[in-house]
Design a protein around this ligand. Structure first.
Ligand code: HEM
Length: 322
């Protein structure tokens, strides 16, 4: 307890000193929007907006210019770019291809890191593979129609019917949304023919692990700034076996797909990976990253949109009209 208080006090002091220094500095040297003061605490407390954590990104997006820098914890700086043209330009520059080593160090020993935790050409090649398959596929007309038809008939409508029949019409869209988004990423990775059942045991286990880890994701992000080395050590040990379990589920899906001899008409992510000569363990790392990054984020976003539409019927009318 004493240690935690000491660390917090030290952290606050470094930020106050930093803030004072930069305020004085910027008075004389003009520079693009500079440090915003105490990170994390400062962002919320400056507006007394502590309860509305999710307003933070919106606030950042609204209040910052095309390029801004802010201290990300006591040890690092972050550069935030709010302009698509600049993103396209900078993303080709070498300096913007370097990721914090921490993510690579947080990978379980003996398995390859996923591409978003790597640097240099190998990362660029694998990222291109991801972008050229998974994104193109989820945008394709066939895929949208196929998945949407399946989602409506087998996931959404039965879930709503169940809410009407057994829950007094009170529908919580979370499970259906998650299944929808998960199936989208799953289909784009393994081929649109490989759709999962909402009651599939492996799917439910994957969902539970993802939900549990996402529940602590904000704390995790805070640790990436405040205690990166501790975080890397903790995750590389994989003491609770999370990475091992997720990898094993992925492996079972890959084996199942191989046994079923599914050969997609569309070039699915996994087929393209095998064709590019990637080994199985690296493939699992990248597909796992896409599954984890792709399902929970979009499910949370859809659930929130449905909630807001239900809460503001006036907006719903305008939205439908447009
Ligand atoms: C509303 C939906 C989503 C949100 C809010 C979201 C948010 C993010 C954020 C904040 C990052 C980190 C970017 C950075 O490094 O600064 C990220 C990266 C990533 N996301 Fe998403 N994401 C969404 C949907 C998806 C989907 C659908 C997929 C997969 C199909 C996906 C796959 C990835 C991957 C692979 C990365 C790492 C990319 C890289 O390091 O180059 N995300 N996402």
């Amino acid at each position: 307890m004493g240690g935690a208080l000491g660390c917090s006090a030290l952290f606050l002091c470094t930020q106050i000193v930093r803030r004072t220094f930069y305020s004085a500095y910027f008075k004389y040297k003009k520079y693009p929007p500079g440090p915003i003061g105490i990170p994390i605490l400062g962002c919320f407390l400056s507006r007394w907006n502590l309860l509305n954590f999710y307003a933070f990104p919106t606030m950042m997006g609204k209040n910052y210019g095309p390029v801004s820098m802010y201290p990300n914890g006591p040890w690092y700086w972050s550069v935030m770019i709010n302009d698509k043209k600049l993103i396209d330009k900078y993303s080709r520059m070498h300096a913007f291809m370097d990721r914090p080593l921490m993510w690579q160090q947080a990978t379980m020993p003996g398995v390859p890191a996923n591409f978003s935790a790597m640097n240099g050409h190998a990362m660029m090649d694998r990222r291109k593979l991801f972008q050229s398959t998974i994104i193109r596929m989820t945008d394709s007309r066939f895929f949208t129609e196929f998945v949407q038809k399946h989602i409506k008939q087998n996931i959404l409508f039965p879930d709503i019917d169940d809410a009407i029949a057994h829950k007094n019409g009170k529908w919580n869209p979370w499970n259906a949304s998650f299944c929808y988004t998960f199936n989208t990423v799953y289909g784009a990775s393994f081929g649109p023919e490989s759709i999962l059942d909402p009651k599939d045991e492996l799917y439910l286990e994957f969902k539970k692990i993802t939900e549990d880890s996402m529940a602590g994701v904000l704390f995790l992000f805070m640790l990436t700034s405040l205690a990166p080395n501790y975080l890397a050590k903790k995750y590389s040990k994989d003491a609770d076996g999370t990475q091992r379990k997720l990898r094993s589920i992925l492996m079972q899906w890959i084996v199942k797909r191989e046994k079923a001899q599914i050969k997609s008409d569309e070039p699915s992510y996994i087929d393209m990976m095998f064709e590019s000569g990637l080994d199985r363990e690296s493939i699992i790392s990248d597909v796992l990253a896409a599954f984890q990054a792709g399902a929970h984020t979009t499910a949370a976003s859809i659930t929130m949109q449905l909630f807001m539409l239900a809460k503001h019927p006036g907006f719903k009318r305008k939205f439908t009209k447009n």
